[in-house]
Ligand binder design. Sequence first.
Ligand SMILES: [Zn+2]
Length: 430
Amino acid sequence: MATVVCPTCGAPRHAPCRSLLDRPLGVLHRGRIADYLALRCGPLPAGAHPHGAMRSAFGSPPAQPWRLPLADLSDLLAVSFPALVMVATAQACGAGDDGLDRLLFAPDRLPQSVDALLYALHDRQLRQEARILAGRRDPIADELGRQHHALRERLDAAQAMLKNLYTDELTAAGILPFPRPSHDTRHIARAWLGRYLQQEKEALVHAAARRLGVPCSASRPIRNVRDKVAKCLDNRWILAPRTAPVEAVLALDDQAFARLVREDAAVEHPRQDTLGHPLLVNRWRDQLTTVLCPLAAGVRSAPAELTPLTRGELRASGAEVGRLTARRRHLAALVRRREESTRLITELNHVMLLAERGDPSHRLIKEAGDTAFRELERRHPDIFRHIHARLARHADGRGLLRLSPPQRSALRREVFAELDERFGSLRGAP
Ligand SMILES: [Zn+2]
């Protein structure tokens, strides 16, 4: 599969895929697999299910793929989502040994394994429900229930592993534990002054950073997630090429974007990576949230997860069984995509934090920030005094603020309103 250039990360032929932090990956991007399949199988005839084309190109997964030698299994898992689902399910239900554990839950493959486990979990749940709805409470339904339980446990464990990976990386990079917020009224007064005169503060930071030799692109302020992603991309702190397909999706209007999201959730193969691009992934998740809310209520589920049907609901239907199961399966696919988009956003936030902190400009911008705050205090002693005096009323003998976070926010709004009356003309004027 590595014989084609990766459309997601731009890795050349025969080279491994690269992560957002430009490190070699132990798995291939899905876009690369899709391109490879298109090359091997040719364009699909109209109406053909891509899964069928993949089976004909690579053969069906063997009956018990987890019994393959690990090297062969690794190759199979790289290309076949159905095989990954089979193997992850068997492992959750007790098959395999430590070697299989390491293969499935290696850091690079972990997100794919979580996705496969969730697919299998939904599948067992829906099949068990369909049997019970059809009046067949039999040993097969019981077995599906047992597998569902085993998959739930394995999925929870895999998600905890993913979380621990991030925590360990941030701790090793010295980012965690985060410093505790200051209660010192002088520190808080300075921070509020910067927040009140945001534009002036940003201009001062920018100027100080320039004097320290920081490039404009690294010191420009960010106001939202999109700014932050764009800044990381522009500075090459993260690797995510803006390819022609990415640009095409970026240009879609809301209606066309919604259609693309629905189409993506309707098939498992071939999946592309476009929707997971750092500039698109938040819009993808928002769109899925919008779609899920009205749909979930109609199939007796919560929008965030496929809620099991209650005893009463399991008795209720009859002719409706097939229709309800199909609609719940569609919901499950959307829920799983939403989980994927959330995982990608978590990963993106994680790598942006690592990349930004790892860049030499980070220390210099921090220095520039201190300079800017001192200058702001020097330029606006009246405002600083007013803020500090208001904070001091709520401080203890050591000058530490004694307010809960909501009380602190309420006081800040009050103080800013007072400042607007006295100094409002200064706000927004750098
Ligand atoms: Zn790649």
